[in-house]
Design a protein around this ligand. Structure first.
Ligand SMILES: *Cc1c(COP(=O)(O)O)cnc(C)c1O
Length: 396
């Protein structure tokens, strides 16, 4: 990869990798499970340092590795590892940081399956306890630390309501106490937020969202120091086996070429739509860190260089019938889970969060029943605004 070049250049060019593949401008897909060795001594040597040798594609694969190196460079990490899903990456990172009976501090509004993994799965199977904080106060995080705390798990901006955490301050606090920090950085993408530079230990992404960006792959990635990634390789990665398929790694490589262009477009459209919604008489409020009225606007500007395209807003009406018909009368915004792809989506957390989470967890998130989430895609912005306008005027 090119040294001292900007992200967009590094994502387009593969540096030395061209010459490992006969100069092919698009690298091939290594669609093989195992690698053959010329002698007993050679395979013996490979087993002495499995992090540096291709032996079996559950552990290392050349196509996956090329993409992992690209993502690691983009995140300013030392090494990255792709996983079969964002949850595969999150589960591996959390397991790496915890042992039986440990304590985790996390944010109330983290992604619901990550919340369930911590508060139900790890609690029941590994006796791990958890304290939830709002995330907006570093003091509250500090006060929640107990001797058994080994992990502070962050998601900034957090799901659905997009509150931020002060990453540099929390990373600093955690380092002093020898506590690991993990962040789910999916919303801002590795382009707009570089948590490892702010002192966070491990960064995870749902690659299914912006990094892949075409709603055709489910994948995840963990990025960190070589020490942590090598420690995880033969344990949380290889033993749990949530590895990426070579073809999917190759699709992610193709997507990375356009990540900067796509993110800028998502950001520009979303800023316009956030302002449009904030000014609309049928809308009670908009949650989006890029609005100057957002309570943590300044912190956002300090620790992010841009904004993702996911926002939420609350309609003034609290009548479920009207809220439902607003959602149903949108036509460009497709109704569905996930986000970060080329297509605009609408979703209401009420639909699944109330089923995925316990009543207490859901109540703690303080999500209004009428909260609507929009993922702004790559369509023409004016067409998207018109779609919203028609649904708002007609129904609300
Ligand atoms: C979708 C999502 C995940 C989980 O990723 P998968 O690829 O679906 O497993 C994790 N975190 C956030 C913020 C997400 O939106």
């Amino acid at each position: 990869m090119e040294k001292n070049k900007k992200d967009a250049t590094n994502l387009c060019h593969d540096g030395d990798a061209y010459f490992e593949h006969h100069g092919a401008i698009v690298p091939p897909i290594y669609q093989n499970s195992l690698f053959a060795f010329s002698s007993w001594d050679k395979i013996d040597e490979a087993f002495s340092a499995p992090q540096d040798h291709f032996i079996y594609s559950r552990v290392l694969n050349p196509t996956a590795q090329l993409v992992e190196n690209k993502i690691s460079q983009l995140c300013k990490g030392e090494k990255a590892k792709l996983y079969a899903s964002g949850m595969g990456a999150i589960a591996a990172a959390i397991l790496y940081c915890t042992n039986f009976g440990d304590h985790i501090i996390t944010i109330k509004n983290i992604y619901a399956p990550a919340n369930n993994f911590i508060s139900q799965f790890l609690k029941n199977k590994c006796g791990i306890s958890v304290t939830y904080v709002s995330g907006t106060s570093v003091e509250e995080v500090a006060e929640s630390i107990i001797p058994k705390t080994t992990l502070i798990y962050l998601e900034s901006p957090a799901s659905i309501t997009f509150e931020l955490q002060d990453l540099a301050a929390i990373a600093n606090l955690a380092r002093q106490r020898n506590i690991k920090t993990v962040i789910d950085n999916t919303w801002a993408s590795p382009l707009f937020q570089k948590p490892l530079e702010l002192g966070i230990d491990i960064e995870v992404h749902s690659v299914s969202k912006y990094i892949c960006g075409h709603s055709d792959v489910v994948a995840g990635v963990v990025v960190s120091s070589s020490k942590i990634m090598d420690d995880m390789l033969m344990a949380e990665h290889a033993l749990l086996g949530a590895k990426i398929a070579p073809f999917e790694a190759w699709l992610i490589l193709r997507s990375l070429r356009t990540l900067p262009m796509r993110m800028k477009r998502h950001e520009a459209s979303t800023l316009k739509i956030a302002h449009y919604l904030a000014d609309h008489p049928a809308v009670a409020g908009v949650n989006f860190p890029g609005l100057p009225t957002f309570p943590q606007y300044e912190l956002g500007k300090k620790q992010m260089s841009g904004y993702g395209g996911l926002l939420s807003f609350e309609l003034k009406t609290t009548e479920v019938g009207l809220i439902k018909s607003f959602v149903d009368s949108l036509s460009l915004f497709k109704l569905g889970v996930s986000w970060g792809g080329h297509e605009s989506l609408v979703y209401a957390p009420l639909i699944s969060y109330s089923k995925e989470l316990s009543t207490e967890q859901f109540a703690a998130m303080r999500i209004a029943p009428g909260l609507i989430r929009l993922s702004i895609g790559l369509e023409d912005t004016e067409d998207l605004v018109q779609d919203l306008e028609e649904a708002l005027d007609f129904k609300c």
